[in-house]
Design a protein around this ligand. Structure first.
Ligand SMILES: [Fe+2]
Length: 386
C-alpha cells in the first residue's frame, strides 16, 4: 500500500451557500458585527454601477445598519489603494467589514479589516514583515466572481510601491463568514467569466499536482476540477444559468481551499512574473501560462496529472488532459494573446521576474524540476504571445 506523506489542512471559514442568500446579509451583520459601530462595505465601482453593491447596501440599511461605502478598488490592487481602504476602516471605526467583489476587493478588504486596529500601515505586514495584529475587525466575504477563491485564502496580493507583487499572508486574514450566492455572479461578462473560471481551474490543477499535494486536499481539488470542467462553458454562454453559476462558485471555493493548503506552481509563477512587467488580467495570464507548461509537466507525470484528467471526466491519462485543456481554451474563446503592452517587454525581463524571490517558491513546487534552461524556454514561449 502506498504511504501517505505528512500533511496539514488549514481551517475553512463558516460558509453559507444558496441563490439569493446575500439578501439576508443584515442577519450576518447583526451576528458578527459590533452593534454600536458602522459596517464598512469594500467593493469595486463596477458593482455599484451594476446595482449589486447597491442591493446589498439597501438590505443592510433597511435593517437599520449604519453603513460606510469604500468603492475605490481597481483590478490588481496597489499599495496606495490598500492604505486608503485601511485608513477608511480606521476612520469610520468599523465594527464589521464586508468584502464584496472579486479577488481584488476581497484581498484589500480582508487585509484592511485585519490590520485596521493596529498602528501600522498594511505594507508593514507584507512578506511576513511583522506578525499580524491580535485585535482585528471581523469580516464577511461575498465573492462576485467564481475565480480567485480569495474568500478561503490566507494569501492576499497587492503591488507595492516598488512595483512588486507581494502578499500579506496569514489565516488571521480569512473572513469569519463566507456567503456564496450564485445570483451575485450573473452580471459577470462572458470573457471575465472565462478568465476567472480558468484561474480557479488552474488553482485546483496546480494544488493537486505539485510536490505539496496530498490525498485530503485532493478531495477539494479534484471535485473543483470536475465542477469547473463541467460548468464553465455553460456559465459563460448562459450568464443567468444559476445551476452553472452555482457549480462554478462551489468549484472556485473548493479550488480556493485547495490552493490555500497546497499552493500554486509554474503557471502562477509565469502569471505573477507577467503582472510585474505590464498590466494583464490574472486569470488570462495564468490560463495562458498553463498551456505553455502543461505538456512538459505531464511528460514526467507520477500519476497526479492522470488523476486530475480523470477528475475532469477524461481518460486517466495526462496526455488526454493536455489535449483537452487546449480545446477547452478554444471553446471558451480565449485568444492566445497577451495585451499590447507586452510587445515592449523582452524575454530576459520575464526570465528575471520568473526567478524573483517572490515567485521562486511557485517554481520549486513544480513536481518536475525546473532548470534555468527551462525557465528561459518557457519565457520565450510566453513572449511569443505578445
Ligand atoms: Fe490564481
Amino acid at each position: 500500500m502506498a504511504s501517505v506523506p505528512a500533511f496539514a489542512v488549514r481551517h475553512v471559514p463558516e460558509v453559507h451557500y444558496g441563490p439569493g442568500r446575500a439578501r439576508a446579509i443584515a442577519e450576518d451583520a447583526a451576528a458578527l458585527g459590533d452593534p454600536g459601530k458602522p459596517v464598512v462595505l469594500i467593493t469595486d465601482p463596477a458593482l455599484v454601477e451594476l446595482g449589486v453593491a447597491t442591493r446589498l447596501m439597501a438590505a443592510l440599511e433597511g435593517a437599520g445598519a449604519e453603513l460606510a461605502l469604500f468603492a475605490e478598488i481597481g483590478g490588481e490592487p496597489k499599495q496606495a489603494q490598500l492604505e486608503a481602504a485601511t485608513e477608511f476602516v480606521r476612520r469610520n471605526q468599523a465594527g464589521l467589514v464586508i468584502c464584496l467583489g472579486g479577488g481584488s476587493a476581497m484581498d484589500v478588504g480582508k487585509v484592511a479589516a485585519t490590520v485596521a486596529l493596529s498602528e501600522d500601515g498594511p505594507a508593514v505586514f507584507a512578506m511576513e514583515g511583522k506578525p499580524l495584529p491580535r485585535r482585528r475587525v471581523p469580516k464577511i466575504c461575498l465573492p462576485t466572481t467564481a475565480g480567485t477563491g480569495s474568500e478561503f485564502s490566507s494569501t492576499n496580493i497587492f503591488t507595492n510601491q516598488a512595483g512588486r507583487k507581494v502578499w500579506v499572508w496569514g489565516s488571521e486574514t480569512k473572513p469569519e463568514r463566507v456567503i456564496l450566492d450564485p445570483e451575485l455572479t450573473t452580471t459577470l461578462p462572458p470573457h471575465l467569466t472565462a478568465w476567472t473560471g480558468l484561474d480557479a481551474f488552474v488553482h485546483a490543477l496546480e494544488a493537486s499536482t505539485n510536490v505539496r499535494q496530498h490525498p485530503w486536499n485532493n478531495l477539494y481539488a479534484h471535485k473543483a476540477l470536475g465542477l469547473i470542467a463541467g460548468a464553465l462553458e455553460t456559465a459563460m454562454r448562459e450568464p443567468e444559468n444559476l445551476a452553472a453559476r452555482g457549480a462554478m462558485l462551489l468549484g472556485s471555493a473548493y479550488a480556493g481551499m485547495a490552493i490555500d493548503n497546497c499552493s500554486a506552481a509554474l503557471a502562477h509563477n509565469i502569471s505573477h512574473a507577467l503582472a510585474a512587467l505590464a498590466p494583464v488580467h490574472h486569470g488570462l495570464a495564468t490560463a495562458l501560462g498553463l498551456e505553455v507548461v502543461l505538456r512538459w509537466q505531464v511528460e514526467q507525470d507520477q500519476g497526479a496529472f492522470a488523476a486530475a484528467a480523470a477528475a475532469c471526466g477524461l481518460a486517466r491519462d495526462g496526455a488526454a488532459l493536455v489535449a483537452w485543456y487546449s480545446e477547452f481554451l478554444t471553446r471558451l474563446g480565449v485568444a492566445r494573446r497577451l495585451p499590447a503592452a507586452f510587445k515592449e517587454v523582452d524575454v530576459a525581463a520575464l526570465v528575471a521576474e520568473m526567478q524573483a524571490p517572490e515567485t521562486r517558491y511557485m517554481r520549486h513546487s513544480s513536481a518536475r524540476e525546473v532548470t534555468d534552461a527551462e525557465i528561459e524556454r518557457f519565457a520565450q514561449a510566453v513572449m511569443m504571445l505578445a
